[in-house]
Design a protein around this ligand. Structure first.
Ligand code: HEC
Ligand code: HEC
Ligand code: HEC
Ligand code: HEC
Ligand code: HEC
Length: 170
């Protein structure tokens, strides 16, 4: 009898930790982990140290729905000459010579049924860091906000923007 209760307690105890660990693993995988990229491109270096503006590379962010990721030709404006001895830049040059686009892994996205536009948010005076954190401190881009509905709604409430369903679900 006693040992059965004991076993029960042990079972619950480890069961509890198994659930916590699993939950944490799922959270970590989805939310915090920076995906491995084909080229180890660093915002910390290009933005934090070199002080390049976001719009140098994400050229459509102020005038379109999409921020866009720069084409390889943008990188090559500098890297035909800059840091050509570095391993990662050699890889970059390889893509260029083979005329292959770099298959960047996406970090941020919303489902098909959600309408989102960068232009509107930038025009409203928001900063990239409101939704993407400080890129100057990210050697690799990682997801720092959930992009769940609650995340959008919280800010729309705080800034008195529309919370009508049709605003985000066309
Ligand atoms: C020199 C070019 C360059 C500059 C400058 C730059 N980026 Fe990027 N950015 C990239 C490239 C290339 C990628 C795709 C690879 C990656 O995720 O690291 C990217 C990816 C991103 C992503 C993730 C996109 C996704 O996959 O969902 C965000 C967010 C982002 N940049 C924000 C910014 C912000 C904010 C700034 C300015 C503070 C900035 N970037 C400046 C080149 C640049
Ligand atoms: C406006 C010029 C410019 C553009 C555009 C640019 N870079 Fe760079 N990049 C630099 C400079 C400057 C360095 C630092 C060179 C050094 O440390 O000697 C650098 C360094 C690098 C490195 C080497 C990091 C290391 O130390 O190993 C990689 C990889 C790189 N850039 C990738 C990219 C990619 C990918 C793009 C396009 C999305 C890009 N860069 C666009 C100027 C640029
Ligand atoms: C109000 C929140 C918000 C702000 C502010 C914001 N973004 Fe985004 N960003 C998003 C969302 C949401 C996505 C995913 C869009 C999708 O899946 O269609 C995204 C995606 C991206 C991407 C991936 C490519 C793309 O367009 O899907 C890049 C790059 C990016 N953002 C850069 C920036 C830059 C640079 C700024 C500042 C000039 C910025 N973002 C400001 C929410 C934001
Ligand atoms: C940090 C604050 C903030 C976050 C986070 C945010 N928004 Fe917004 N959003 C605003 C503001 C402010 C406006 C009003 C812009 C204006 O008046 O033009 C706006 C406007 C919009 C509009 C246009 C509204 C219209 O009347 O047409 C859409 C669509 C939208 N947001 C979708 C989203 C979605 C989807 C997300 C989450 C992925 C999101 N927003 C996250 C602040 C935010
Ligand atoms: C400011 C933008 C915004 C507004 C306003 C908004 N939604 Fe959403 N909604 C989202 C986003 C972003 C997602 C995707 C969340 C995710 O990726 O899981 C979403 C997802 C959903 C889903 C799919 C289930 C889920 O949770 O993922 C339903 C259903 C939904 N919304 C209904 C509504 C209804 C009903 C309203 C009006 C009362 C509304 N939404 C208003 C941004 C918004």
């Amino acid at each position: 009898m006693k040992s059965r209760i004991f076993n029960g307690i042990v079972f619950l105890y480890f069961g509890f930790f198994a659930v916590i660990t699993l939950g944490f693993a799922v959270y970590w995988h989805d939310f915090k982990k920076a995906p491995e990229q084909p080229i180890d491109f660093s915002h910390e270096l290009h933005v934090g140290q070199l002080k390049f503006a976001c719009t140098l590379c994400h050229q459509t962010v102020e005038r379109a729905i999409s921020a866009s990721v720069p084409p390889l030709s943008k990188c090559m404006e500098c890297h035909k000459a800059v840091a050509t001895d570095k391993e990662e830049v050699k890889k970059l040059t390889q893509y260029w010579e083979n005329q292959e686009p770099i298959p960047w892994e996406k970090v941020y996205s919303v489902p098909e049924h959600v309408y989102f536009s960068h232009k509107r948010h930038i025009k409203a005076g928001l900063d990239c860091s409101n939704c993407h954190g400080e890129l100057a401190a990210q050697a690799r881009v990682r997801k720092v906000t959930t992009l769940k509905m609650g995340f959008c709604i919280d800010c729309h409430k705080a800034r008195d923007a529309s919370r009508d369903c049709y605003t985000c679900h066309k």
